[in-house]
Write a protein that binds this ligand. Structure first.
Ligand code: DHB
Length: 386
């Protein structure tokens, strides 16, 4: 109470209405339309769920969420970030559906000293673009290297990699290949498919001729269903070629619609809606009740992004300055629906379990069922650079 009175007195002295002084804006910039709309849909639903469950009052402030659709176009992201900081006085920016949009906001975060909480984009280098970037999603090296280790240990000797041709795809390809070769495996061919309007069919035809034991794939969230359809149509499964990848391809937003062709696909990732923990069961139940669809890895990262912001604002006792918030985020630890997580104080990236999962049918629904855990994996890209 005493603190509240003090804040009111300061606000009045500054000639500002006290109610306005206590509102803090968080800007969520995500693609709500266009080819990456599922990312925006998942993130928005999860952030709103977190706020509905935890209330909008933190350390004497009222959190106001402002959602902006950048359509995944970096020039729009940049303008929206500038407007949120300059006009809405946003104290944190969140979201960033694809790597180029996370890059676009970085100079604004640096200049305005406003935290940029990346809850989707996953190219390793992103957190190095500004000291104000913190990430609650994952990195492609973090998810890809464990897939290579598992493949090498499970009789897979020859692999063709096929990835979307931009930052995260390049990371996935590089870290899968280097790890797999170190484990004694061979990469037969490395294929990159355009980000815009991808047509996998001609590439997959080529893969069939290569006769690898497996295809390793990375496509961004939202592109998995089309990839899977063309994998089946080109007859790769029938030719005895296994499909492995990071969990982006068997995204929980789409996996249930992929049909039995997806059964048995093994991937490595940090989140499955099927993750067996009390925290996840509660999260999935509440999310499905509020939205009528299943949360995916984008949702859990949005939920945790808001959890991290709430934690930081509590820790600073309501101080919204960027340096104070970032300092409070470094080293934060909590139990996410995905399992235990920690923000690496050195890299500002998330340290988390990576799970090996297989698509299976449970009660008539397709899920990524986890069967192995690699505990508390740090982004290997930054570890290697030390
Ligand atoms: C990125 C986007 C995705 O949808 C995804 O699943 C992984 C990475 C990205 O652009 O960084």
């Amino acid at each position: 109470m005493k603190a509240m009175l003090l804040i009111s007195a300061v606000a009045l002295a500054a000639g500002v209405a006290s109610a306005a002084a206590e509102d803090v804006t968080v800007g969520l910039i995500v693609p709500m339309t266009g080819p990456f709309a599922s990312t925006g849909k998942q993130e928005k639903a999860a952030v709103e769920l977190y706020m509905a469950q935890h209330g909008d009052k933190v350390a004497g402030k009222t959190i106001k969420l402002v959602v902006k659709d950048d359509t995944a176009a970096p020039d729009i992201t940049k303008r929206l970030a500038q407007e949120l900081v300059a006009n809405d006085h946003a104290v944190a920016l969140m979201g960033f559906g694809i790597t180029p949009t996370a890059f676009a906001a970085a100079p604004i975060a640096t200049e305005a000293k406003v935290p940029e909480i990346v809850t989707a984009a996953a190219t390793a280098v992103i957190t190095q673009k500004s000291p104000y970037i913190v990430r609650t999603s994952f990195t492609l090296p973090q998810a890809s290297a464990p897939m290579a280790d598992w493949a090498a240990k499970n009789g897979i000797k020859k692999v063709v990699t096929i990835v979307t041709d931009y930052g995260p795809g390049a990371d996935a390809q590089k870290w899968f290949a280097s790890t797999f070769k170190k484990d004694g495996g061979a990469i037969v061919e490395e294929i990159r498919v355009p980000l815009k309007n991808p047509d996998f069919a001609p590439f997959l035809q080529r893969v069939k001729d290569d006769k690898p034991d497996a295809v390793f794939v990375f496509v961004p969230s939202g592109a998995g269903a089309q990839f899977m359809k063309e994998f089946v149509e080109q007859g790769l499964g029938k030719a005895g070629i296994k499909l492995i990848g990071t969990g982006d391809v068997t995204d929980d937003d789409q996996v249930n619609g992929m049909g039995d062709a997806a059964l048995g696909v093994v991937t490595t990732h940090h989140y499955s809606a099927d993750h067996d923990s009390p925290e996840n069961k509660a999260f999935v139940a509440a999310f499905e009740k509020a939205n009528g669809f299943r949360p995916n890895f984008m949702a859990v990262a949005g939920y945790d992004g808001m959890a991290l912001f709430y934690h930081a604002l509590e820790a600073t006792k309501g101080d919204t300055s960027g340096p104070a918030l970032i300092a409070a985020m470094k080293g934060a630890k909590w139990t996410s629906p995905r399992g235990p997580v920690e923000i690496d104080p050195e890299t500002r990236d998330i340290v988390q379990n990576i799970y090996v999962r297989k698509v299976e049918k449970k009660n008539g629904q397709l899920y990524n069922v986890e069967f192995e855990t690699i505990p508390m994996v740090k982004d290997p890209f930054k570890a290697a650079k030390k």
